[in-house]
Design a protein around this ligand. Structure first.
Ligand SMILES: NC(=O)c1ccc[n+]([C@@H]2O[C@H](COP(=O)([O-])OP(=O)(O)OC[C@H]3O[C@@H](n4cnc5c(N)ncnc54)[C@H](OP(=O)(O)O)[C@@H]3O)[C@@H](O)[C@H]2O)c1
Length: 266
């Protein structure tokens, strides 16, 4: 059955794997999930951050399980899937949240910047989905949540690699939503706008100052709350913030006008 027909999803005791759990949106997703009694495997590279998060969230229905590693490494993905299998025997929700950005002119950057952004934001989530499918097939109301971006709908200058990676993730999410529907595996694409997190402190080899944000950044806990609401309601796609929805609308209805505005604005 396609996910657009699915009813409400109960997150209590849902078994969820969250990538990018050491800061920002991922950390808030773990907090929100644990508070509603979901069981969570949290992953990122910074071990101490994961340990601190697990320590903070004791006393709930399930302890936070942690696995530190680089999501772009195939061995790490395979090993963590094995551990999920050993602990739970199945997975209900995979949340591909980890991501990196890069800012600066495309021509002045090198191939390494493009590859790194694509590795983390596109190839890693793609391969997480492939690796987790056997576990998801055994899950209850299985769901893949991909954290994209408004910039996966509407491209802007000086963030070309990032836009490309998020457009690719959106295309893959749309294709897999159709392909996996018969197996009852749903795909939710989340497109946040600028969010308060460590994102702009961890940019890949970026060579210009941070550009102006469109509107006020959204707190990461609000993003997490909206993601959980969308998961519960069985939504297929959400775009966060009024400014973000306006951009996506303009992109669909008046792409030429929007390009002109962005050239002026940039
Ligand atoms: N912040 C924004 O304005 C914004 C807007 C739209 C969309 N988004 C998207 O939201 C998602 C979360 O970003 P955020 O804003 O919460 O940024 P953040 O605070 O920088 O968090 C990024 C997370 O990804 C992890 N990560 C990065 N590279 C990794 C790697 N190679 N292996 C494992 N983990 C890795 C980081 O953990 P470690 O460093 O510990 O590995 C961290 O936990 C991203 O997909 C981003 O593109 C953000």
């Amino acid at each position: 059955m396609g996910n657009w027909r699915m009813g409400r999803r109960d997150l209590q005791h849902a078994r969820v794997l969250v990538t990018g759990a050491s800061s920002g949106i991922g950390r808030e997703l773990v907090r929100a999930l644990v508070r509603c009694d979901a069981a969570v495997w949290a992953t990122a590279r910074r071990t101490q951050r994961l340990e601190a998060l697990a320590a903070e969230l004791t006393g709930h229905a399930h302890p936070v399980l942690q696995a530190a590693g680089d999501i772009t490494a195939a061995d790490f993905r395979a090993d963590l899937c094995r551990r999920v299998d050993q602990t739970w025997g199945a997975l209900d929700v995979l949340i591909n949240n980890a991501g990196v950005g890069a800012i600066g002119p495309f021509a002045a950057a090198d191939a390494a910047r493009l590859r790194q952004v694509m590795e983390v934001n596109f190839f890693a989530p793609a391969e997480w989905m492939r690796a987790a499918l056997p576990l998801l097939r055994r899950g209850r109301q299985p769901l893949i949540v991909n954290i994209g971006s408004v910039l996966g709908h509407c491209a802007v200058g000086l963030k070309s690699e990032y836009c490309a990676s998020k457009f690719a993730l959106r295309g893959l999410s749309d294709a897999l939503r159709i392909e996996l529907a018969r197996e009852g595996i749903a795909v939710l694409l989340v497109s946040p706008s600028t969010t308060q997190s460590e994102f702009f402190d961890s940019l890949v080899a970026s060579d210009i100052p941070r550009p102006r944000a469109l509107g006020r950044p959204m707190p990461a806990d609000r993003v997490a709350a909206q993601v959980l609401a969308a998961m519960r309601r069985g939504r297929r796609e959400i775009v966060l913030s009024g400014g973000g929805r306006l951009l996506v609308w303009l992109q669909r209805l008046a792409p030429t006008l929007l390009s002109r505005l962005l050239v002026r604005w940039g």
